[in-house]
Design a protein around this ligand. Sequence first.
Ligand code: PGA
Length: 279
Amino acid sequence: MDLLPLILPWTIHLWTRFHVTDAPVSQLFYWDINMRTPVIGGNWKMHKDHAGTTSFFESFRPLVECSRHREIVICPSFLDLDRAVTATRGTRIQVGAQNLFWEKEGAFTGEVSGPMIKAAGCSHVIVGHSERRRYFGETNESVLKKTVAALGAGLIPIVCVGEHKKGNAEAVLMEQFRDGIRPLANGQFARIVIAYEPVWAIGAGETAAPETAADAHRFIRAQARDSFGTEAANSVRILYGGSVKPGNAKSLMAQPEIDGFLVGEASLDPISFASIVNL
Ligand code: PGA
């Protein structure tokens, strides 16, 4: 009997668990649910102009050329989406926007729609980042509308959730999930990525302890299981965001619950972002 079809998936599993997640040896010998490809997203926020975008990709591209085990998504400002798409053509680096409006077109001065972002060559869009909730009045209801609009345009929404104050993650996550994510249809939920970003850790230099982040991720996954079933919950990628740096990324990624990162400040520097991607 040809054993290759039996042995190959198991070998890939062991390799992935060992090299990619640094899983403890005890976790190597069962086929666990976490075969999710990690996503490493860079959220540039309101940083970098044309020149900065071009020079970032010139340095970054060769640094991640050999990286096959992560999905890489970089989210520049709207003005540089086109430039980023051109600079990453033919590579595995994908480009996302940081926001969208839910209408397709019309008299909405200053807004950009999902179809426009898709036509620019993007694959992803960040929805409901805490800075948008805080400074631009976004609510769970608008997050839901934007998520549906992004999916309708063929984009993958990276839906951000997270508590403001340390210690009340569950109450906030429950509400954000209930109003912002649960109303999605099963087919819609299957196409989103969730980013757990405790607001107190964003840009603060203080990261959630890996176990604390993993608890929040488990809680979100449990909400997903209740609403969309076990298979959907096991498949959804839940990223961690909040002061992820080359120095703390490895211990966070060692948590099987953490399926990648949404990185702010450390994504602005090609060397530090590449070192997170290449972990
Ligand atoms: P930070 O930002 O890595 O600078 O904390 C993360 C984010 O806001 O997505």
